[in-house]
Design a protein around this ligand. Sequence first.
Ligand SMILES: [Fe+2]
Length: 303
Amino acid sequence: MRAIDEHTITEAALDQMASTPDPRLKEIMAALTRHLHNFAREVDLTPEEWLDGIKFLTAVGQKCTAYRQEFILLSDTLGLSSLVNALHDRRATEAGTKSSLVGPFYRQDSPVLKLGDTIVTKPTNGQEVCLYGRVFNAAGKGVPNATVQVWQPDETGNYDLQKHDPSEMDLRGTFRTDADGRFYLRTIAPLGYMIPMDGPVGDMIRAQKRHGYRPAHIHFIIGAPGYREVVTALYLQGDEHIDSDTVFGVTASLVTGVNSKDPSSPIPNLPTIKFDFQLPAAAAYGSGRVGADPSQIVKKVAS
Ligand SMILES: [Fe+2]
């Protein structure tokens, strides 16, 4: 009989899991177990500390609802979402716009709108802007009829999901590019925000003396048949947290700004935020969304 101690336990666990028929599940669980055991040995984890860890993870799960996803927030604030995005981008077979976070505020089935429409549905004091650009492929050709999903916080840094009635959608929409791959819409300039701090992830951020802010940004999911979906966000230059994003979403190529005098604006006399998105060809490696509509995650867990 094998003697179980702080070293042999890892082999014992891996031996028992070796019967896993799914090779990818086997690989992932074996690596996870090895790293978890090494982590516990490295910090000489005590029972009290691991119980605190279990309480923390329990609280993260209990905080999740159809409108709140604390586990995505945890993944984001640990830098894991950004790392998984970077690995996803490395598997692309063609150049494309870099990925950024889906975050915990995405909702599927946002209103389908026409080019030039506004995504603002509530009274606002925000600065109205024209958000526009082009979706193009590796050959430089515009991609017609591409789906452009946009969502963002308001001028106070809040998403609709954080408002009085989180079931009412605001500041989100789904558009289709025109024959040249162009899109344009009306919105307001977003403000940066502090991530939700009233849950266990907020406790973690405070314990680490981090500021908890994200720089101002607008989220996008852009797709078209035959292309790899681009899941990304644009960040506004000049924001004081542009170099210290709490969830590590900012990368230099995704930083843009508000232009108050843009002669090429498709909606004249409005300041603009302009960005062109490059879609790489589709390849067989799955979705780039490190996140999902919180209501869909709750539904899948329940069923
Ligand atoms: Fe966001």
